[in-house]
Design a protein around this ligand. Structure first.
Ligand SMILES: Cc1cc2nc3c(=O)[nH]c(=O)nc-3n(C[C@H](O)[C@H](O)[C@H](O)COP(=O)(O)OP(=O)(O)OC[C@H]3O[C@@H](n4cnc5c(N)ncnc54)[C@H](O)[C@@H]3O)c2cc1C
Length: 486
């Protein structure tokens, strides 16, 4: 299809102000939050900003007829290259679909459009004493559609679970332009659990246009504690000690000294500058239970060697302690102009070894690495600090990243805790998945998107790309059964 014909057709669907196509307007859509160099950047043919499901469906039908890719995009805060249109085509930006359509305080659910910002949803239902539990550190900007597609996590996911535990049903525009409602089999609707398949599918199965979400009651009481340690080993031992003793904190976060050096001068959160590492621990629930478990947590931290321990006395103090954690990435600019934020998971019992190995990698590649992460669930976030203006820095960062990923896998870990695979980790998939695993994933992609138009080139490594698998499958069908699939 001729480019101008395509643009005219898109404008007929969404109106003139809803299509961006000038190179200057497309520039920002070449990126997401990832490091340029770790993922490929590329310009789409056009960016379209629909306001309704019908418009999204019409755009997908147009792309189907033109035979070009479609990439859904929320706020573009993703950290694995997921919202970049590596093969060009149409980016469907959902940022104009921002309505909270229903809030049901009795069933504790909300029906929302995909462009609703994560934090704004929680703030919008706070007066009904509810919140949306998944709380990525990017929650001031990221959208529910992005959270669903990446199965996002956050500090409070240790106790409450990641996004998939909070999605009841989705409205999705599929690759052929049809619109389906999924409802969770786990909530008693029966049938195949399409919601579970959709969450975490990184925009490869369809475009989410509505989500029915579980809201969580705001707990009656909350305590926030800060424990400081003279070594990361001691801090890690406290983490395993607290969990092994049977506690389930709402969140259990660790920050190392480098992170404290960035955060404290910026936000004055009250983090001790001389600590090798700190834990931020939140307990919530019934007031009696919170006060008893907080006392036990203090004891466990002191037994693990805490050099100081503080329980926030007021809501302001609690908020300040959290502000330091939530703004930690923003504060990194004080240490270096650029950072590469990693996302891997290791068994909690290997935290000590892994943090030591991260220190070795930092020294080997002569790059500072800060650690700020969800320690309770072993979800590491090493931040490799660098200056991309310096020649050779990007190459060293990529080499260090390669070592980090391999080390975490060797520790028995996973490729990603919450940021997804996208193109960033696509070529590492063979480290953790067998050929059969990858073929099964490719088969699922094929079932939703046989022509490989929805967010192509993501997640599945080359050689397992769905088209290739489909071609192999067709050849096998032809040879074994004499069947020629269309
Ligand atoms: C500073 C910072 C901190 C972060 N902290 C966390 C954290 O604590 N936890 C965490 O999990 N992540 C974190 N992230 C990563 C990121 O914010 C999350 O992955 C987030 O969910 C992405 O949302 P988004 O709206 O920006 O999605 P985008 O980046 O726009 O898109 C991400 C993926 O979702 C797909 N997608 C978007 N909308 C839809 C839709 N409606 N239908 C289908 N597919 C769609 C895209 O195609 C893409 O594959 C952080 C990022 C930054 C920059």
């Amino acid at each position: 299809m001729d480019r101008q014909v395509l643009l005219d057709a898109l404008e007929r669907i969404v109106g003139v102000g809803g299509v961006k196509h000038r190179p200057v307007d497309l520039l920002v859509y070449e990126y997401d939050g990832s490091v340029d160099g770790a993922v490929d950047t590329a310009a789409p043919t056009a960016v379209v900003l629909p306001r309704t499901t019908e418009q999204v469906a019409a755009i997908v039908c147009l792309a189907r007829d033109a035979g070009i890719p479609v990439v859904a995009r929320g706020a573009g805060t993703g950290l694995s290259g997921g919202a970049i249109a590596q093969q060009g085509g149409i980016i469907v930006s959902l940022t104009r679909m921002t309505q909270v359509l229903e809030v049901d305080p009795i069933d504790r659910t909300a029906l929302v459009e995909p462009g609703v910002i994560n934090l704004e949803l929680s703030e919008g239902v706070r007066d009904r004493r509810m919140f949306f539990a998944p709380d990525p550190s990017s929650q001031k900007a990221c959208t529910i559609g992005g959270n669903v597609a990446e199965n996002s996590g956050g500090p409070h996911c240790l106790k409450y679970g990641v996004t998939t535990n909070h999605v009841l049903g989705l409205e999705v525009v599929l690759a052929d332009g049809s619109v389906v409602w999924t409802e969770s089999a786990r909530d008693g609707y029966g049938g195949l659990d399409l919601t579970a398949a959709m969450v975490g599918s990184e925009g490869m199965f369809g475009i989410v246009t509505k989500a029915r979400l579980k809201m969580t009651p705001i707990p009656a009481a909350t305590s926030v504690m800060l424990a400081a340690f003279g070594s990361l080993d001691d801090a890690s031992s406290a983490v395993t000690g607290v969990i092994a003793a049977g506690h389930l904190p709402a969140s259990l976060e660790m920050m190392d000294n480098l992170t404290i050096q960035a955060v404290e001068p910026a936000y004055h959160a009250g983090y001790p500058l001389d600590a090798a590492g700190i834990l931020l621990i939140e307990m919530d629930g019934h007031p009696d239970e919170v006060s008893a478990s907080s006392a036990e947590v203090e004891l466990l931290c002191r037994q693990a060697g805490a050099t100081s321990f503080r329980l926030a006395e007021t809501a302001t103090e609690r908020e300040l302690l959290w502000k330091g954690r939530k703004m930690a990435l923003a504060a990194m600019g004080r240490l270096a102009p650029n950072y590469y934020l990693h996302d891997t998971v290791v068994p909690r019992s290997r935290l000590n070894d892994t943090l030591a190995a991260v220190g070795d990698i930092s020294r080997t590649h002569d790059l500072p690495i800060a650690n700020v992460f969800h320690a309770g669930d072993g979800n590491l976030h090493p931040l490799v600090l660098f200056d991309r203006r310096k020649s050779g820095d990007v190459e060293r960062v990529l080499a260090a990243s390669h070592d980090l990923i391999h080390t975490c896998i060797e520790m028995g870990g996973a490729l990603s805790g919450e940021h997804g695979i996208g193109t960033e980790k696509r070529d590492y998939m063979t480290l953790v998945f067998t050929e059969s695993d990858l073929r099964a994933m490719a088969g699922l992609k094929n079932a939703f998107d046989p022509h490989q138009r929805m967010n192509p080139e993501k997640v599945l490594p080359k050689g397992y790309m769905c088209g290739e698998v489909r071609a192999l499958h067709m050849e096998a069908m032809r040879q074994q059964h004499g069947i020629v699939p269309v």
